[in-house]
Design a protein around this ligand. Sequence first.
Ligand SMILES: *[C@@H]1O[C@H](CO)[C@@H](O)[C@H](O)[C@H]1NC(C)=O
Ligand SMILES: *[C@@H]1O[C@H](CO)[C@@H](O)[C@H](O)[C@H]1NC(C)=O
Ligand SMILES: *[C@@H]1O[C@H](CO)[C@@H](O)[C@H](O)[C@H]1NC(C)=O
Ligand SMILES: *[C@@H]1O[C@H](CO)[C@@H](O)[C@H](O)[C@H]1NC(C)=O
Length: 273
Amino acid sequence: MLHSLLAASFAITIATLGSAQVATSYCDATSGICFQGYTDTTMDMTIGVILPPLTPPSDEYIVQMVVPASYGWSGVSMGGQMSNSLLFPFWPNGQEIVLGARWTDDYVLPLAYEGPQITLLPASTVNSTHVNAIFRCQNCTVWEGGSLGSGDLNGTAVLAYVASTTTGVDDPSDVNSSFSEHNYFNFFGLDLSAAHSSSYSQYISGGVGTTTAPSGPSSTPATPSSTSSAPAATQSEYGQCGGNGWTGPTVCATGLTCVVVSPPYYSQCQAAK
Ligand SMILES: *[C@@H]1O[C@H](CO)[C@@H](O)[C@H](O)[C@H]1NC(C)=O
Ligand SMILES: *[C@@H]1O[C@H](CO)[C@@H](O)[C@H](O)[C@H]1NC(C)=O
Ligand SMILES: *[C@@H]1O[C@H](CO)[C@@H](O)[C@H](O)[C@H]1NC(C)=O
Ligand SMILES: *[C@@H]1O[C@H](CO)[C@@H](O)[C@H](O)[C@H]1NC(C)=O
């Protein structure tokens, strides 16, 4: 049923993508995480990726996908194609986000793939208009038959993203649910050399979000953003200190300066240079 998913993708390389279809830097106002990502304005889909520093070697990254809540399911392929790629289909189940790793070596429904450790970060939300999935994936840079980019995590990668705008999954409560074929897919190029952040450990450990233990290969319910860590009186390094809609602390701890990183959405406490 999923046979033609990404069938056209084998010919796609970064050179054949238009220059417009290349990831650029953006900072997510809700989580405070700055990603390299791409927004498909036609589909109203944003996909972002950020990795830890290149050294020491690491096998993880954080992915954000923001998609309309009306879509039945959406997903990203870290290898840019359907077969032999690490796939992350996801969908809303009420206020939860259901997301798991999948894999296939053929153009058939991809099945659950064991190995990746997925943790949905607390800034993930489902609201009346959008599903905003932000997840940490450990043991995720190499998989059976492929890797993110060329494997050194410093070259270019082509990622694919898909959506089923019309059809939902068969059992939204089951991370392993079957689902029917997407009716949209596209690609973007990601310069991995620009996708490593020195703030990564803050992103996963509470500097800008809430610590979450690895939860195993299946999904973890998204925590409503209202239960994220309560704002402190002063903000710590790499924490958010301003931006549209920000109601948390606007004063940085001693020695830190509130720097406008992505006007008008996001300002961050940084050590004075
Ligand atoms: C990492 O994932 C691979 C599958 O890609 C799996 O075979 C391996 O056991 C996993 N390693 C750990 C330590 O979980
Ligand atoms: C719903 O979530 C999206 C994505 O996080 C956000 O851009 C939008 O402002 C939210 N809408 C409301 C009404 O909160
Ligand atoms: C999904 O499938 C995988 C692989 O068969 C299994 O390990 C996991 O427990 C399943 N998860 C659920 C929630 O059924
Ligand atoms: C990573 O790529 C960048 C840009 O091409 C380059 O300047 C840098 O030296 C590379 N780093 C390593 C460790 O290869």
